[in-house]
Design a protein around this ligand. Structure first.
Ligand SMILES: Nc1ncnc2c1ncn2[C@@H]1O[C@H](COP(=O)(O)OP(=O)(O)O)[C@@H](O)[C@H]1O
Ligand SMILES: O=P(O)(O)OC[C@H](O)CO
Length: 499
């Protein structure tokens, strides 16, 4: 038989990609296409789901053709995706009833506030692990039902289907209406204990159960693909941060990965029982491989990290490419007393303060552009420290090693700063595309392309590591100053009713 590969489709916020992997977990081919970001009003962000589908079809075909690989050489397809982004479509025609509402979209502000009025924002947290927030899918479904003409009636007649992007793609590929536990865990509608939709939450949010897909494991054959890869099993689905956890082979309780892109998502494997967070983290699913018990996780989501580097480049013009920040930051030995807290649209974990706004603190006549660049890099590191402190407290496991991936990890100075502020080892793997790798691994396991997770562990190779060099009194002084700067951002936005 000719050489076989596994295809991973990563349907992300800005683009869709297909990567082909071989048995050693090495990348054989990649193709990628961006889709439009639709901003109908301030705070609203939408995607055209049909455009995304066309792009996915194109990148799958192109990734094979680029490397002269034929469809019969693909053993399985794994899907990973931007999470929470919400779509409703007609089950007969396949027509979306509205654009997909993206995870960043804040139009559900009022719905979220209203749902939390009497019982508070943590009303559903004991069941679904999440605070009420515009981020998650449930309130977005409710908005579509309440605001798009005829949608509630059609939903109640059983004519419509809901899906996050994994569900949409699996339905387009196989005709099956399914999702996996990781994606379902981001809707607010799944009960973490039963791994099924929670009737009480559905009632409170007025969402008909007929809309919802069947919840399956992250690694099993959901159906066979039609189209270009006709007959190939579609065998994995994981939200992108969960896929990165799996791709980084964070298989043991206490293992943590951090993905440093536009924002940063830290996820800790907490084993086969959910851990309740008392420190501003999300309780979520790690992954579930076939019939094996589900693995749970704690997540700390940070909204602005790489995008602060982009801001320095695009809004301040202090650098002309993102990698130049490292050169500029290396022109100085420290931050010169300057701290930047990038609360551009509030603070996510562990503060969850939508009224915070960014500050540059500690400015004196001494501070120059090198110090500013350094403070930009340090902001990613200190935000990580806040999340790691919360993880250590919630899990009672102290972080010793952080496995990193994502575009920002190319920055060696940032990686050293990260190790210094965490007082922990930071390691970067050979294959940096851990999100796609995780989806490929889960799909390959389902069809026997890889025999077990121990084989996957053996595929993980360290490319670089950083160890702490900072004296502990300096670390504590800097953290104290960072915390003072964070305090300056809090409750900046004053609501009309508070004035
Ligand atoms: N050398 C670098 N130093 C610091 N930040 C960088 C560097 N290279 C890229 N970035 C930042 O990383 C982000 C891109 O990473 P990527 O993983 O592609 O993000 P995403 O998947 O969220 O689109 C950008 O926000 C960019 O500013
Ligand atoms: O597509 P990304 O990499 O921006 O990831 C988005 C996250 O899944 C949102 O929760």
């Amino acid at each position: 038989m000719s050489q076989q590969y596994v295809a991973a489709i990563d349907q992300g916020t800005t683009s869709s990609r297909c990567i082909l992997f071989d048995q050693d977990g090495r990348i054989v081919s990649v193709d990628q296409r961006e889709h439009r970001q639709i901003f109908p009003k301030p705070g609203w962000v939408e995607h055209d789901a049909l455009e995304i589908w066309t792009n996915v079809e194109a990148v799958v075909q192109e990734s094979l053709q680029k490397s002269d690989i034929t469809p019969d050489q693909i053993a399985a397809i794994g899907i990973t995706n931007q999470r929470e982004t919400t779509l409703l479509w007609d089950k007969e025609t396949g027509e979306p009833v509205y654009n997909a509402i993206v995870w960043q979209d804040t139009r559900t502000d009022d719905i979220v506030r209203e749902l939390g009025t009497q019982e508070g924002q943590d009303r559903f947290r004991p069941k679904c692990g999440l605070p009420l927030a515009t981020y998650f899918s449930g309130p977005k479904i409710r908005w579509l039902l309440d605001n798009v003409e005829g949608v509630r009636e059609r939903a109640e007649r059983g004519e419509l289907l809901f899906g996050t992007m994994d569900t949409w793609l699996i339905w387009k590929l196989t005709g099956r209406h399914v999702t996996d536990v990781t994606n379902a865990s981001r809707t607010m509608l799944m009960n973490l204990a039963t791994l099924d939709w929670d009737t009480e939450i559905l009632e409170a949010m007025q969402i008909p159960a007929s809309l919802l897909p069947e919840i399956r494991s992250s690694s099993e054959v959901y159906g066979e693909s039609t189209g270009y890869l006709a007959g190939t099993p579609v065998a994995a689905s994981l939200g992108d941060q969960h896929a990165a956890l799996f791709g980084q082979t964070c298989f043991d309780p206490g293992d943590v990965k951090g993905t440093y892109g536009t924002g940063t998502f830290l996820v800790m494997n907490t084993g086969t029982e959910p851990v309740t967070s008392n420190n501003g983290l999300l309780t979520t699913l790690g992954y579930k491989i076939g019939d094996a018990p589900a693995v749970y996780a704690l997540e700390g989501s940070i909204a602005v990290t790489g995008s602060l580097v982009q801001w320095l480049r695009d809004n301040l013009g202090l650098i002309s490419t993102a990698p130049e920040i490292e050169t500029l930051a290396r022109t100085v030995d420290d931050n010169g007393g300057c701290y930047i807290v990038p609360a551009f649209s509030g603070l996510f974990a562990p503060h969850w303060d939508s009224d915070a706004r960014g500050v540059i603190a500690g400015l004196t006549g001494y501070v120059n552009k090198g110090h500013i660049a350094r403070a930009v890099l340090e902001a990613s590191a200190w935000q990580t420290r806040e999340v790691v402190d919360a993880m250590n407290a919630d899990s009672q496991i102290d972080l010793t090693t952080l496995k990193v991936d994502g575009g920002m990890t190319a920055d060696n100075l940032l990686m050293q700063i990260l190790s210094d502020v965490l007082d922990a080892e930071v390691v970067r793997p050979m294959v940096a595309e851990t999100t796609c790798l995780g989806a490929a691994y889960a799909a390959g396991l389902a069809v026997g392309y890889w025999p077990d997770i121990e084989t996957l562990r053996a595929n993980w190779h360290k490319a670089a590591e950083w160890n702490p060099k900072m004296a502990s009194d300096v670390r504590e002084r800097e953290y104290h100053n960072w915390n003072k700067a964070v305090q300056r951002t809090r409750s900046w936005v004053e609501h009309e009713d508070n004035k």
